[in-house]
Design a protein around this ligand. Structure first.
Ligand code: SF4
Length: 238
């Protein structure tokens, strides 16, 4: 199965900008952005981010407010602060042996950096990879990571997999199966997440008077360190 996957990937793999580098910082930026944002939205933002802050040291010395402002539109803004803190830790102490010691870096992100940047023999298992492992019952070798991600994103889809176009179909016991719709993500429209996001967008554009903002959203953003409240003015952190 690994060989079939490899030749499929050689012909069909996605050309993504973070696959053209082995710089662990650049790979970390891409992986943190990709945690909760779609590939197409991440590509231009990743390129812009690396142009602005090409190294962990340059990001480490940026003001948190600038980092939050640059993150606008990617969603789940706490990731921006975590990435900033991770860059500060790397700039001060170098890369830790255990990458999950870095803020915002869980087991998957750590494995992705170790595999894609450092070339270590670990298989990063995200939802796409796990789905293919479960459906095929095959233990893929570590270098298969990116190929599995692409297969999961384009062929072995969650609900209606395209088994007719799948390079693994010959040996796959799940070939031809359909799956129940996944539980839908609760709508963003009207959610507290949206209230937080639009409040932060206003504050990122310019400091705002507290009384003119959604107080609950401001309190939650302040708790996460994404805004500071001084007197009756709400602004990004310094
Ligand atoms: S044959 Fe179908 S279910 Fe099996 S890995 Fe390929 S796309 Fe997924």
């Amino acid at each position: 199965m690994d060989a079939a996957l490899e030749s499929w990937f050689a012909a069909n793999g996605r050309d993504l900008p973070w696959r053209r580098t082995r710089d662990p910082y650049a790979v970390l930026v891409s992986e943190v952005m990709l945690q909760q944002t779609q590939v197409e939205r991440v590509i231009p933002r990743y390129l812009r981010w690396l142009e602005r802050w090409p190294t962990a040291a340059t990001l480490a010395s940026a003001a948190p407010g600038d980092v939050i402002r640059e993150w606008q539109g990617l969603g789940y803004n706490r990731r921006a602060l975590s990435l900033h803190r991770a860059a500060q830790a790397i700039a001060a102490h170098g890369w830790p042996e255990d990458l999950t010691e870095l803020p915002g870096v869980g087991a998957y992100t750590a494995a992705a950096v170790r595999s894609f940047a450092l070339g270590e023999p670990v298989l990063p298992v995200d939802t796409n990879v796990r789905r293919i492992q479960e459906r095929t019952g095959h233990a893929f070798a570590p270098p298969a990571g990116q190929a599995l991600m692409d297969l999961g994103a384009t062929i072995c889809l969650a609900r209606v997999p395209r088994c007719d176009s799948c390079p693994l179909a010959a040996g796959c016991p799940s070939r031809g199966r359909r799956y129940e719709p996944l539980r839908k993500q609760s709508p963003f429209e009207g959610s507290f997440r949206q209230r937080r996001a639009s409040t932060l967008r206003l504050v990122a554009a310019a400091p705002q008077r507290l009384e003119e903002l959604d107080a609950e959203a401001v309190a939650a953003l302040a708790r996460d360190g994404l805004v500071r409240v001084e007197d009756d003015l709400v602004a990004l952190p310094l």
